[in-house]
Design a protein around this ligand. Structure first.
Ligand SMILES: [Zn+2]
Ligand SMILES: [Zn+2]
Length: 110
């Protein structure tokens, strides 16, 4: 599953909409995103889906669970609210995914 997440994040051209931190912050602090985030977390029962695919249970009570954009916001802004493009990951798994494709991850915390 990790491979799959990384493959899907293959970067194309960066959009002009979210090419700066201010624009991204604005998105992550928006009410619409917070609502969507909660919805996704509930949908996945606050459980890391990558750990789950490895037979491990990692819940929000163990660590921070992050809603990750499979196709990053900077490159696919049109998918930012697509349920299919969002997944619940724990802190460690989230780092693993982002380390591989080398984008910043910390703004998805919110
Ligand atoms: Zn995990
Ligand atoms: Zn992410």
């Amino acid at each position: 599953m990790l491979d799959q997440l990384i493959k899907q994040a293959k970067l194309t051209t960066q959009s002009t909409e979210y090419n700066n931190q201010t624009a991204k912050d604005k998105f992550y602090f928006s009410y619409a995103w917070k609502k969507k985030r909660q919805k996704i977390l509930r949908f996945y029962n606050f459980e890391c889906q990558l750990c789950k695919s490895n037979g491990k249970v990692t819940l929000a009570e163990h660590t921070k669970i992050i809603v990750h954009h499979i196709k990053p916001l900077e490159y696919f802004p049109e998918l930012k609210f697509e349920d299919d493009n969002l997944i619940a990951l724990c802190h460690d798994c989230h780092n693993k995914v982002h380390e591989t494709f080398g984008t910043k991850w910390d703004d998805e915390w919110w």
